[in-house]
Design a protein around this ligand. Structure first.
Ligand SMILES: Cc1cc2nc3c(=O)[nH]c(=O)nc-3n(C[C@H](O)[C@H](O)[C@H](O)COP(=O)(O)OP(=O)(O)OC[C@H]3O[C@@H](n4cnc5c(N)ncnc54)[C@H](O)[C@@H]3O)c2cc1C
Length: 359
């Protein structure tokens, strides 16, 4: 089987890249997605906060994803869902494994790797104690609750203040669960200022900075954790039945390892979305992926690579040079107070939401 372009991953990056490549006249495209449905991580993100920059309106994750999935369904892009790409060979052959296609080899002229990222597991940090049930990464907890409908616990501690952890803290609080604390080893919150204010401050969830979890207690189910203050070394025991970790994301690009040579990607291989680096905002993912789709299409047509896609940074906020940070969208514009209000918003919003006004 042969395709001009194969896109690995049907999240927002993969869908935007495939659609753009098709717009640039590549007609023979295959999109491969490991899950049963297109949409990537957005399918489980039921909160609002997506699309302000790209669509100029605030959508939930599933709504944002569906706008692209509809376009994919209306296009003549071939889509294999419930299918994993298990190998990428140096000659541009992909090995697919899926219920319907079995083990299948596909030759591609160009490949876009849009496989997203995975969560850093608890095993990567030094922790004593037992390993009972009731410990989840934030993304897994989100998936189990929002896609599976599971009840995962009642009394929570969250380790790490990454955005997914903050969003889960708020969701749990809204479901009337006890969220005892978010524990962060650094001096400041790891997630976006917008999420710190909207998810923690607004719901009075304590953020314990310069602290970490040093021990897990419990035999079958977790019964508590020891929290250590890294500044004064004092320890405290927090009784909980669930620990959620939000300690970082790692781009998922092992497939590219076999085809790297001299530290370079081959010209026919393009990376976009969280597989390239972890993005704060999906709007940036979409914009970059569209550019990647355009460049991959150019390669398919000309056989030459002109340049790689530029990275778009979502965080524009620079607290040192501003009076206040806007938390209206993930761009987090650095605002300066003026006689008429605030200046310095670069995201295009007409109504900046300065963080201090939300306290
Ligand atoms: C909890 C959470 C909250 C967020 N909140 C916001 C927010 O409020 N606002 C905002 O703008 N952004 C938010 N984001 C960020 C945004 O959702 C991500 O940046 C975006 O989804 C990344 O898109 P992606 O396509 O690169 O990766 P993903 O969405 O992860 O998609 C990658 C896809 O590739 C598939 N895949 C991986 N490997 C293979 C393989 N070998 N074969 C086949 N398929 C494969 C996966 O199954 C997946 O569907 C949030 C993210 C998370 C996790």
């Amino acid at each position: 089987m042969k395709y001009d372009l194969v896109v690995v991953g049907g999240g927002p990056a993969g869908m935007a890249a495939a659609l753009r490549a098709q717009k640039e006249s590549v007609s023979n495209i295959l999109l491969v997605e490991r899950e049963e449905e297109l949409g990537g991580v957005l399918r489980q993100c039921v909160h609002f906060g997506f699309g302000l920059i790209y669509f100029g309106e605030e959508l939930t994750g599933p709504q944002y994803a569906e706008r692209f999935a509809i376009k994919i369904r209306q296009s003549n892009i071939d889509v294999f869902v419930a299918t994993s790409v298990v190998q990428l060979k140096p000659d541009g052959v992909l090995v697919l494994s899926g219920e319907k296609c079995g083990l299948l080899e596909v030759k591609a002229q160009a490949v876009i790797l849009a496989s997203g990222c995975r969560e850093r597991p608890l095993g990567t940090i030094p922790l004593t104690g037992t390993r009972p049930s009731g410990i989840f990464t934030a993304g897994m907890a989100q998936k189990m609750m929002n896609l599976g409908g599971y009840e995962i616990g009642k009394r929570f501690v969250i380790l790490g203040s990454g955005d997914i952890g903050l969003i889960m803290a708020r969701q749990l609080k809204l479901l009337n669960r006890d969220v005892l604390a978010v524990i962060e080893k650094e001096k400041q919150c790891g997630g976006l200022e917008r999420n710190r204010v909207h998810c923690l401050e607004k719901y009075h969830i304590p953020l314990q900075l310069r602290c970490t979890v040093t021990e897990i207690h419990g035999k079958n189910r977790i019964t508590g954790v020891t929290i250590k203050n890294l500044f004064n070394e004092q320890e405290e025991f927090l009784a909980c039945d669930t620990l959620i970790t939000s300690i970082g994301l790692i781009p998922e690009r092992e497939l590219a390892e076999e085809v790297y040579s001299d530290g370079r990607l081959p010209d026919w291989l393009f990376l976009c979305g969280n597989a390239c680096y972890v993005h704060d905002a999906v709007d940036d993912v979409t914009l970059e992926a569209e550019e990647t789709g355009r460049l991959a299409a150019q390669f398919v047509v000309s056989g030459k690579i002109t340049k790689r896609a530029k990275h778009i940074s979502s965080r524009t906020g620079n607290a040192a040079n501003s009076d206040i940070i806007c938390i209206g969208c993930p761009k987090a514009c650095a605002l300066i107070k003026t006689d008429n209000g605030f200046a310095g918003a670069v995201c295009g919003r007409k109504d900046p939401v300065p963080s201090c006004l939300c306290h």
